[in-house]
Design a protein around this ligand. Sequence first.
Ligand code: GLA
Length: 394
Amino acid sequence: MLTKEELLSHFDQEFGDSSQKTHVFFAPGRVNLIGEHTDYNQGYVMPFAINNGTYLLIRPNSMKRFRFKSLNLSEKRTVLATDNFENHKNGWWKYPLGIINEFKSLGFQLPPSDFLFYGTIPDSAGLSSSASVEMVTATGINYLVNAGQSALELVSLAKRCENNFIGLNCGIMDMFAIGMGRSGDALQINCDTLHFDYIPVKLDGFQWVVCDTKKQRLLSESKYNERVEECQKALNILNQRVPARHLSAISLDQLLDNRDLFLNEEILFNRALHIISENQRVFEMALALKDKDINKIGQLMTESHESLQFKYEVSGLHLDTMVQEAIQLKGVRGARMTGAGFGGCAILLAEIKEVDSVIFKLGQLYSEKTGLSPAFYKVEPSDGSVAFIEHQAR
Ligand code: GLA
């Protein structure tokens, strides 16, 4: 973990001295407690921002170029400010470029600048490192060009970047959690209206732990877009009888009453069943958290995982092994995969007095079964990306 002074010194080493000010910004990553794959079905989600994230240092230059460097990745990139950004989508710099592009289309032109990123979110783990890069860039540019966009407007801008520039048909959950997170709380978000409530999720005597399977999320983008399409097909089938704009506007009874429409379309029925039941679990989770009903919290996590495993089919051997081994251990009260799936992370709730032993034993059991060395992070619900740190006169 580098200090701000160390980051500033890396910046100067990389881009040289300048009389211009260097500005420092931060955006967290996120983990989702429950409500998986529901966001692009305009349903309910319950993520929280975590205490790992992305730092960004920006300084205008006089070179007519944007220069991008990350301390986490070796490859860096220079892009002429007048270039077509579409020709520069072949590396991680596509995320800041997409955000610069979105501001441009709003009429805010960022002057040519140098960017240094430093991330403390494990890469490709499903903790939204790319949404964190997008949101920290959006926060920085908003400040530098004085665009006056609200946190919620920045969330929508980052989603447009992901959907239109990057080409992933994701929902709004990741940027929302990163932009609007609040220490101690998760957000219960209605992804249709964008109405949200803060839900306290710090439970006395318990610890949330993210379990990184270290299984690469192969094909995750194409599989993700496939699920988005399947949900649309399931909706089209139901629309023959049920007028609804999206799957989340359909009740479980309506789905079950119209099961006959899904003759030979068992898979599409299962996708819809997951979405509709998962929305319900988000509501039940909010109540269980309010009542501090640990057994119910655990039960909902298990049900969510099973639905993702068997009905939505986005889990896999590694995530299933992690969850199944976890819930057998003394002190673990619930576990489920989190994020898009196809590898990546699970989240568990453990009693604080047992948490270190849980991490140790689960690491051993998981390694024995899969041959991979997992990583564990004790995560805390944290503040969102509006955390602009300060700028330094150099
Ligand atoms: C990814 C996407 C989110 C959401 C989750 C699954 O993280 O970026 O929009 O769909 O998967 O819940």
